[in-house]
Design a protein around this ligand. Structure first.
Ligand SMILES: Nc1ncnc2c1ncn2[C@@H]1O[C@H](COP(=O)(O)OP(=O)(O)OP(=O)(O)O)[C@@H](O)[C@H]1O
Ligand SMILES: [Mg+2]
Length: 268
């Protein structure tokens, strides 16, 4: 089965064939298995056991974990991202064998990091969620650049397209020229909607736009906004980038829907 996962710093997005994307909190708590009070279980309440560790994840971690954290990192080559991805495959993936596409920030989308991520995923994973054991085998894994991939959703995408992916822990700036990623015009700013002590949307929008203009993006360029921060920031961004617009009505899942497009192409 083909699947796409964007294990974001704040929210994990999953897209499979013939399904609408699923979005759940990326929060994880370790060693939280003392759950004496039975509570109603929601669709994103996860009790997990994996590689000798256990804990809560998703909404259950947010509400009940003593040590909850959502790791906000510049790379997604780490245990928390792996666990988010595997939880998504366990809960929403049909079958036990997968070919996946996952995301990585543009700045760390290097050969070395990609190899580490592929090694992390390819193979057999024995994961128990809410008492249900599932052995997941990942046969193939591709790593796609966040933000840049979302450019694939724009049609027709001839000429130059800019994408800004405003996440919780990072902002990806991407340039695509005639459907090819342009390295020089693409990079990551490693602060996002949750990196500030007190987020001021207008000020953050100015900071983001200034970073683009400093790198010679023109204020008249066609800019598509994706990521969970896009909705809140786009009116402010338009002050500096006149043609900035939301990529579509669900910018939050844009990356993962693009990863699924890539998965279809690569895995056939
Ligand atoms: N319903 C919501 N739940 C959570 N965050 C929301 C919601 N609506 C808007 N947001 C905003 O979206 C941000 C998360 O965006 P997004 O899901 O794109 O981040 P992410 O992909 O998890 O992070 P990153 O790209 O840094 O890994 C939050 O920080 C918040 O500012
Ligand atoms: Mg993201």
């Amino acid at each position: 089965m083909i699947a796409a996962i964007d294990p974001g710093n704040r929210r994990t997005k999953y897209a499979g064939l013939q399904q609408r994307p699923f979005v759940f909190p990326s929060a994880i708590g370790v060693n939280d298995l003392a759950r004496n009070l039975k509570r109603e279980t929601g669709p994103y309440d996860f009790e997990w056991e994996y590689e000798g560790k256990c804990g809560f994840a998703g909404t259950l971690a947010l509400e009940e974990s003593e040590y909850v954290e959502s790791r906000k990192d510049d790379s997604k080559a780490h245990f928390d991202a792996k666990l988010r991805t595997l939880i998504a495959l366990h809960r929403f993936g049909a079958g036990h064998e997968f070919d996946i596409v996952v995301g990585q920030p543009i700045e760390t989308h290097t050969e070395a990091e990609k190899t580490t991520i592929k090694r992390m995923y390819v193979g057999r994973h024995d994961l128990t969620i809410n008492g249900q054991r599932k052995v997941i085998t990942i046969n193939r894994c591709e790593v796609s650049p966040e933000g840049a991939a979302a450019g694939l959703l724009v049609a027709p995408n001839t000429g130059m397209i800019r994408v800004i992916d405003i996440g919780s822990g990072s902002v990806n700036f991407a340039t695509i020229i005639d459907r090819k990623f342009n390295n020089r015009g693409s990079w990551t700013f490693t602060e996002g909607m949750e990196s500030k002590r007190d987020l001021q949307p207008a000020a953050f929008a100015r900071q983001i736009a200034s970073k683009a203009i400093n790198r010679k993006w023109a204020s008249t360029d066609k800019v598509y906004l994706v990521g969970g921060g896009a909705l809140e920031l786009y009116p402010f961004l338009q002050e500096y980038l006149q043609h900035a617009q939301l990529i579509d009505d669900d910018p939050c899942t844009a990356n993962v829907r693009a990863f699924l497009m890539i998965a279809r192409r690569v895995y056939g």
